[in-house]
Design a protein around this ligand. Structure first.
Ligand SMILES: Cc1cc2nc3c(=O)[nH]c(=O)nc-3n(C[C@H](O)[C@H](O)[C@H](O)COP(=O)(O)O)c2cc1C
Length: 307
């Protein structure tokens, strides 16, 4: 008897993905940049570069530094702004058959709310991912993602503004990620994604200067995978909403670790810079693993870690 292919589809609240592999925000542009390299319609979904209300030029270069096992970046949330995104980037994305998730960032709650309202009835957007890891300039450097009350306030403001599913993207630069995850669940998040980058720095010893113009930056890539995995495992055990894992996923085996730890889906970030076809290889690898273990669908794998 011919075996049927394993079912890779997953549900993130109301959002249905044909497979659990998403592109991490900021590492896949607005999708079109990868069109010649990747079959975009084979992805689980595309999460686009973070959008603010107005375009942002980002930080001065150098903005990226390669470190052993990881990448440090201080792009400074450069982006085209919400109106240019809707006019210039979305028409291409809309033609694809995969869900498009828009990552948003604000300097204050009002900006998050305005962005959510603006995007709420725009055709071709499947969900919002809310990046709460950016500094709240007005409030003197508080980061929403590191204070559970502020994280809940942002979530409530976005929740009130849209019917779209909302995914709150958590920062790992905290002592207790579980309390933040619980706070945003309580405030109406449909899912959480984690992790964003870990704050780090690198120094040029000859010049005695920081390698990044911004001095510090966000560390991503294989170096952060064990931290991300631990946080995903902790959060998945503490909330009832789906968890999307992210951080150093380069191969199918990495993605499978996150699924076993309790993630319902994964995001691939820095790997796209090293191997633009990483997402395709990860999807095939997960499929092959399920077939090899005689598993009919991915749901039987999620959170099935044996302790
Ligand atoms: C160059 C670069 C730009 C990024 N821009 C964003 C962004 O705009 N919004 C966001 O939420 N995360 C952003 N991230 C974080 C990634 O989406 C991801 O959370 C992080 O890189 C960890 O995953 P990875 O190790 O697979 O790269 C960025 C990461 C990199 C490397």
């Amino acid at each position: 008897m011919k075996k049927t292919n394993p079912d890779l589809s997953v549900r993130i609240g109301l959002l249905r993905l044909q497979n659990p592999v998403l592109t991490a925000s900021g590492t896949f542009g607005y999708g079109q940049e990868y069109a010649g390299l990747v079959d975009l319609n084979r992805l689980g979904g595309i999460i686009v570069k973070g959008l603010s209300l107005n375009p942002r030029p980002g930080n001065m270069p150098p903005r990226t530094v390669e470190t052993p096992c990881g990448l440090l970046n201080a792009i400074g949330l450069q982006n085209v702004g919400v109106e240019n995104f809707i006019a210039d980037k979305l028409p291409f994305l809309r033609k694809l058959s995969v869900p498009v998730i828009v990552n948003i960032l604000g300097q204050d709650i009002k900006e998050y709310r305005k962005l959510a309202e603006r995007l709420s009835n725009v055709e071709g957007i499947a969900a919002l991912e809310v990046n709460i890891s950016c500094p709240n300039v007005k409030k003197g450097g508080v980061v929403f993602g590191t204070d559970y009350k502020a994280a809940a306030r942002v979530t409530r403001a976005v929740r009130a503004a849209v019917r779209l599913p909302i995914i709150i993207k958590l920062s790992p630069n905290v002592t207790d990620i579980v309390s933040i995850a619980r706070a945003v669940e309580e405030a109406g998040a449909d899912a959480v994604s984690l992790i964003n980058t870990l704050t780090g720095m690198a120094i040029d010893v000859e010049a005695r200067r920081p390698k990044l113009h911004n001095v510090t930056g966000g560390l991503s890539g294989p170096a952060i995978k064990p931290v991300a995995l631990r946080m995903v495992w902790q959060v998945a055990g503490a909330v009832n909403i789906p968890v999307i894992g992210c951080g150093g996923i380069m191969t199918a085996a990495d993605a499978l670790e996150f699924l076993l730890a309790g993630a319902s889906a994964v995001q691939v970030g820095t790997a796209n810079f090293v191997n633009p076809r990483a997402t395709m290889e990860i999807i095939s690898g997960i499929e092959e693993y399920l077939a090899r273990h005689d598993l009919k669908d991915i749901k039987s794998l999620v959170g099935s870690l044996i302790l």
